[in-house]
Design a protein around this ligand. Structure first.
Ligand SMILES: NC(=O)c1ccc[n+]([C@@H]2O[C@H](COP(=O)([O-])OP(=O)(O)OC[C@H]3O[C@@H](n4cnc5c(N)ncnc54)[C@H](O)[C@@H]3O)[C@@H](O)[C@H]2O)c1
Length: 436
């Protein structure tokens, strides 16, 4: 394929060399004549392991060249990779002037092109940028996106020092597109790489780079705080983190990665507090670990706000325990939510199959009467009672009984969902998820 690469910096130079190595003819474009001259002399524009001989070999095979002339690069190629920089501004926002300058130039040149052109944005850009890029092209070219051209988000996951290796061994390949043909064309560039190609929504793809890098920063800081605690206790921090990473079931896994309601239960809040108290006693600062509970409390506040916004006063809670399949109310975020709303004067009905069942066994009944007398009397025996009395249903755990009722009964109640109910319920009118 004939491919153009805009921006011959880190990402652009690696893309130029590696795409040529895969057998494509690649032309690089940059505003810097120095970089263009370097490529046209068979030299890389960056210092990076293996890139010099790749550029040299592909240059000798006449598979790579470079230019400052946009027109030649766009008219002679069918796919363009955008790899210009998008640095931070002083306020932390992205400076998109270079990217949008490229879009303007693209628009002017695409005006004269009859063939369909695919543009893959590899620069790290926030959601909405690819759409804006396409708007600018439409404005300057008079052409229509997804008819004359398509803009695809294709974030890159390269690390300096191992960029060529990372290009050939990506963790995944992500392509965000609303044009299946364009997505497939970009995917064909990477099909031979040993990584899953995930084609998804444009905004999802755009966000991925930021989610990944934020998580990587979080991992480093978490390991450092644990390391600092270990060091104060004269415990080998590397042994601790090696064992931590050996747990691929709960630790290094998709477990606990589903957006939803706050955590609770007998263990997480208690153990988090215990670790924090011990760090404090040993004069170790752990701002990241301390912020976890703040985020958790915010999630309860978010639910309160969502409920208040509905302006409904009679609330029905499905589920009170901290998760499905248990009657345990220890640090249940649903209990916290109900208590806040009771304090604000809402009328509340609660149905929780497990808490209800346990009420018949005296141990739990006693526990409820001692610790939650204010909630005990709000409990309904039948789910139908709650449905009849409530104007708004709040679903706090995913017991099958609740999803069955919400899926099958044609209820007009609005629903606020903390647990991501099945899609059939999510499609209903007046449904809202806590963060989806
Ligand atoms: N460097 C990395 O390790 C890395 C990894 C993943 C993603 N990214 C992202 O990729 C993007 C590019 O990063 P980089 O490190 O390659 O940037 P860079 O600064 O090294 O290179 C950008 C290049 O774009 C050129 N350029 C600027 N305006 C131009 C224009 N109008 N037309 C043509 N060329 C133009 C510049 O001259 C420069 O050579 C950024 O968004 C970055 O966040 C970088």
């Amino acid at each position: 394929m004939n491919i153009s690469v805009f921006g011959l910096g880190y990402v652009g130079c690696v893309s130029l060399g590696c795409l040529a190595r895969s057998g494509h003819n690649v032309i690089g474009v940059d505003v810097s004549e120095t970089k263009v001259n370097q490529v046209n002399s068979g030299l890389p524009t960056i210092i990076e392991k293996d890139i010099d001989h790749i550029i040299r070999e592909e240059y000798n095979k006449c598979r790579i060249s470079a230019t400052t002339d946009y027109s030649k690069a766009i008219l002679d190629t069918e796919i363009s990779i955008i790899a210009v920089g998008a640095p931070s501004t002083a306020t932390g926002h992205l400076n998109l002037q270079y990217i949008f300058k490229v879009a303007e130039n693209f628009g002017r040149i695409l005006r004269a092109k009859n063939d369909f052109h695919v543009i893959a944005i590899r620069s790290a850009v926030l959601p909405g940028t690819s759409a804006k890029f396409a708007d600018i092209i439409e404005e300057y070219s008079g052409k229509k996106r997804n008819i004359d051209f398509a803009v695809v988000a294709n974030p890159v996951f390269l690390r300096k020092g191992t960029a060529v290796h990372d290009y050939h061994n990506p963790p995944i390949t992500v392509i965000g597109s609303d044009h299946p043909g364009a997505a497939e064309k970009v995917a064909s560039l990477y099909r031979k790489l040993p990584a899953e190609v995930i084609i998804t929504d444009v905004k999802v793809a755009e966000l991925m780079k930021y989610v990944n890098n934020t998580f990587h920063a979080l991992k480093v800081s978490f390991a450092n705080e644990i390391g600092n605690i270990c060091s104060a206790l004269k415990i080998d921090s590397h042994k601790v983190m090696e064992i931590f990473c050996a747990d691929k079931e709960l630790n290094i896994s998709p477990c606990y990665f589903k957006p939803g309601f706050a955590y609770g239960g007998p263990s997480l809040p208690k153990d988090l507090k215990g670790l924090q108290a011990m760090a404090h006693d040993n004069y170790v600062k752990t701002p990241l670990i301390e912020s976890i509970n703040t985020t958790n409390e915010w999630q309860v506040s978010r639910a309160v706000e969502m409920i208040q916004q509905t302006k409904k006063k009679k609330l029905g809670f499905l589920g009170l325990s901290f998760k499905a399949g248990t009657h345990d109310l220890h640090n249940s975020p649903a209990v916290m939510l109900v208590e806040i709303l009771l304090g604000k004067g809402y009328e509340i009905a609660i149905y929780d199959k497990n808490v209800q069942v346990s009420n018949t066994g005296c141990t739990h009944k006693e526990y409820m009467d001692i610790h939650f007398p204010h909630l005990s009397k709000l409990m309904k025996v039948q789910i139908s009672e709650l449905m009849n009395e409530s104007e708004l249903i709040i679903v706090n755990n995913s017991e099958k009984e609740y999803t069955d009722v919400l899926a099958n009964v044609e209820i007009g109640h609005p629903v606020i969902d903390m647990v991501r109910l099945p899609e059939a319920i999510r499609q209903k009118k007046n449904y809202k998820g806590i963060n989806w």
